[in-house]
Design a protein around this ligand. Structure first.
Ligand code: ZN
Length: 284
């Protein structure tokens, strides 16, 4: 069955953060979804890298979608990913990798970032909720890639879960001059402060719509409009009213609607603002 999206709804809409491979692994027909969305003048977004060697395959998968830009990175989960090669982040992270393995994988990633001309380095960061590997190795990965971003002149896409102070500190010490995006912003004051000072964009995901997240909605009102981005983080964090389903980029519309209501902004105006911000990020 073919679905069609209306251009009234999707024209100029972006999704600043999603994982195509993880949607494919869940059996989703991602390409016909993208085709239908682009027919409705969806404006694209960023397909996010998760592991050190996923850029060649992702580049091939998305070669017919020029409005989908690619980032590449080793996320914090790579500090503890098991030996079995998997590209989904919901796997076992019991083992902490040796420094030799991390160095070798960083070497592969670095070559791929250059060879495949990744537009961003991300997602990178710290995750003390899942405690992948250990803090030292997570921070080694994060800081190495922050330095690369400065050296390569790229923006970073930052993941922070329960590691606010250390993430804020790394941005302060090592953040590239072009800045980047705080992805799936969760309301951290310390990260927000340094991120705004340094010109980062703040991206809200589907959890903005969750009933219990009224504090996050209050926080949204404090973000300067020229720094605001929206994302799905698909296949994760499906927005209300679709919770329980696998997330995908077209569901971003519910997050736009929620943000438009919270901000008291006309939905079309919000689409224009977010699109302008996304273009600003891409042109840095
Ligand atoms: Zn993500």
């Amino acid at each position: 069955m073919s679905r069609s999206f209306s251009a009234d709804q999707y024209s100029g809409v972006i999704d600043s953060h999603f994982h195509t491979q993880s949607m494919l692994q869940r059996g989703m027909d991602v390409f016909s979804l993208f085709d239908d969305l682009f027919c409705a003048r969806f404006a694209g977004g960023i397909d996010i890298g998760c592991v050190h060697d996923d850029l060649p395959e992702r580049t091939e998968l998305l070669k017919n979608y020029p409005a989908i830009l690619l980032s590449g990175a080793m996320g914090p989960w790579e500090a503890g990913l098991s030996e079995t090669k998997k590209t989904d982040i919901e796997v076992e992270f019991s083992k902490t990798k040796s420094m030799e393995d991390l160095q070798a994988e960083l070497g592969v990633l670095r070559e791929n970032l250059l060879k495949y001309k990744a537009r961003f380095i991300g997602e990178i960061g710290l995750d003390y909720y899942w405690e992948y590997g250990n803090h030292e190795k997570q921070s080694f990965l994060f800081e190495t890639q922050m330095r690369w971003a400065s050296e390569m002149g790229l923006c970073v896409l930052i993941h922070d879960r329960d590691a606010d102070e250390d993430v804020a500190d790394a941005i302060r010490r090592l953040g590239p001059s072009k800045g980047g995006v705080i992805h799936c912003f969760d309301g951290s004051e310390s990260v927000l402060k340094i991120a705004l000072e340094r010109g980062y964009f703040i991206s809200f995901a589907g959890n903005l719509t969750f009933k219990g997240n009224s504090d996050l909605r209050e926080m949204l009102k404090r973000i300067p409009l020229d720094r605001l981005l929206l994302e799905t983080d698909a296949p994760y964090l499906t927005p209300v009213p679709l919770r329980g389903k696998i997330n995908s980029p077209e569901k971003i519309i519910h997050t736009y609607e929620c943000a438009s209501e919270v901000l008291g902004l006309d939905l079309d105006r919000l689409k224009d603002i977010v699109l302008a911000n996304f273009r600003n990020l891409c042109s840095r």
